[in-house]
Design a protein around this ligand. Structure first.
Ligand SMILES: [Fe+2]
Length: 291
């Protein structure tokens, strides 16, 4: 028994109000519950999918993986513990804060917090309406989207996220960042989404390289591209990735890591085999900004 999908992501950010403007005014997600130190955002019928909490790091804070019910949660706990991972069964306070029915937490080999839960809160009585007219975000069986972590020890990272958490390798890309620097990206899936998590040894101190939201339409990407371009916030041009075929661009967030805004990815299907690539993009994704 492994996790089914990515349910939510949390970031620690120095400027919560900048993030509120960014998520609603550039990404087109919808604001949920807000306090002075925290804001939650919706991308679908769920009560929340993204969370920002005030703090100094401007980086990854937690990821929440979903399982189907309490029995599945217990089996994930057993699986983690059998791989030597210390698991905490979270109490009523955090369970209520996340709006779930049951919650476990643990840390990956680098101290990154990973949560596993079941029983998220649905909010069909308050339909998702994008403040910018985004036609929708693809979630459902494939979960929130994906994220990319920078890790220093790939063997330890793969052992945790595949053996203990239960994800499977989709493919790898040997990525030449520039004349001096090359790295290998490992793409992991836990459902039909080509990758929910990618891992790479990347330069820079941030744990989070980027997170990705997948919109329902090609024009959603185009409109978002124009919004980022208008404020000089593009990190790359439009492009299409070699492995998941995502049509996307990368933009800057208020915290220094990037966001990928995409559409049109292909799914991992029955009979999938691991392959490798030499390029991250078929075309485009030319670097025009900094992250
Ligand atoms: Fe991505």
């Amino acid at each position: 028994m492994s996790i089914q999908r990515l349910g939510y992501l949390g970031f620690e950010v120095t400027d919560v109000s900048a993030w509120r403007s960014f998520v609603t005014g550039k990404l087109g997600a919808m604001e949920g519950a807000v306090t002075e130190a925290q804001a939650q955002f919706r991308t679908d019928s769920r009560d929340w999918r993204l969370s920002v909490t005030q703090g100094p790091s401007d980086d990854y804070l937690f990821a929440g993986y979903e399982v189907e019910d309490d029995k599945a949660l217990y089996r994930v706990q057993e699986r983690l513990e059998s791989h030597g991972v210390e698991v905490k069964v979270e109490g009523a306070d955090l369970v209520a804060k996340r709006g779930v029915l049951g919650l476990l937490s643990c840390a990956d080999p680098f101290g990154n917090r990973v949560e596993v839960y079941y029983g998220a809160t649905e909010r069909f009585e308050q339909p998702f309406v994008s403040p910018l007219g985004v036609s929708g975000f693809q979630t459902g069986d494939q979960g929130l989207g994906h994220y990319v972590l920078s890790v220093q020890d790939m063997d330890a990272a793969l052992s945790f996220y595949t053996d203990a958490i239960g994800m499977k390798l989709s493919d790898i890309i040997d990525w030449k960042l520039n004349a001096e620097l090359s790295t290998t990206l490992y793409f992991l899936h836990c459902n039909g989404r080509h990758h929910t998590l990618a891992l790479a040894k990347l330069p820079g101190a941030k744990k989070l390289h980027h997170f990705m939201l997948q919109s329902e339409g090609l024009d959603d990407v185009g409109f978002a591209y124009d919004r980022f371009d208008a404020e000089g916030a593009l990190v790359t041009t439009l492009g299409r990735h070699t492995n998941d075929h995502m049509f996307s661009f990368y933009g800057a967030t208020p915290s220094g890591f990037a966001v990928e805004f995409g559409w049109g990815a292909r799914d991992v299907e029955v009979g999938w085999s691991v392959v490798r690539y030499d390029r991250i993009s078929v075309w485009g994704h030319k670097l025009v900004g900094r992250i």
